[in-house]
Write a protein that binds this ligand. Structure first.
Ligand SMILES: CC(C)(COP(=O)(O)OP(=O)(O)OC[C@H]1O[C@@H](n2cnc3c(N)ncnc32)[C@H](O)[C@@H]1OP(=O)(O)O)[C@@H](O)C(=O)NCCC(=O)NCCS
Length: 165
């Protein structure tokens, strides 16, 4: 059974040292240590971040994190329409991919976001590198659609997508 658990002193090292992408996927996502550092910077500066380890029973298989921004606070900026939630990271360990873990983790995250844990919003955004076929297919299956906006410049950018909730 797939569950999401908080990062604690007990599972932090597994999350940082053992949960990794393949070499080819490294350009698509930051490492978990970078993600947790970003979460720390957000949480300690008036922003929001919910990082979770993804478990299959008692085995950690991945990492997922979302954030929120409203007009008053958070790290997200135009072209995103605020207030909004943003699925900031999803990373399934290279040895556990293609087993349905990302799909189940995103399903749990969307259900949690719909309870509006940080405040009201009517949309969830995420973004992916244009060559990241796996991500595109994963999020499209939940109904995420391209907004026409990008994050970055024409040499290095991510496509911004949105799900109305
Ligand atoms: C993208 C990623 C999270 C998918 O995780 P996963 O657990 O393997 O995905 P799932 O098994 O839940 O698959 C869900 C859907 O994603 C798509 N998908 C996953 N891996 C894929 C691949 N290698 N090629 C094409 N589609 C893929 C499929 O549509 C799949 O549904 P299906 O199995 O019914 O065809 C994983 O490949 C990963 O961690 N990649 C590196 C980090 C990354 O790119 N993160 C996203 C940044 S935006």
């Amino acid at each position: 059974m797939v569950t999401l658990r908080k990062i604690t002193h007990q599972n932090l090292c597994t999350c940082i040292y053992d949960i990794k992408t393949t070499e080819e996927q490294k350009n698509f996502v930051d490492s978990n240590v970078e993600s947790l550092a970003e979460a720390y910077a957000s949480i300690t500066n008036g922003g929001f971040a919910t990082p979770y380890a993804v478990y299959d029973n008692d085995t950690m298989v991945g990492f997922v994190m979302y954030t929120y921004a409203d007009e008053l606070g958070g790290d997200l900026a135009p072209p995103l329409v605020l207030p909004c939630y943003f699925i900031w990271r999803i990373l399934i360990d290279r040895n556990h991919q293609r087993k349905g873990y990302a799909k189940q983790a995103i399903e749990i995250i969307i259900t949690e976001i719909k309870t509006m844990p940080y405040g009201k919003a009517d949309r969830i955004y995420t973004s992916w590198a244009p060559e990241n076929i796996a991500s595109k297919s994963l999020f499209a299956s939940f109904g995420f659609v391209e907004t026409g906006e990008i994050d970055g410049d024409e040499d290095d950018y991510e496509v911004i997508v949105k799900l109305d909730i």
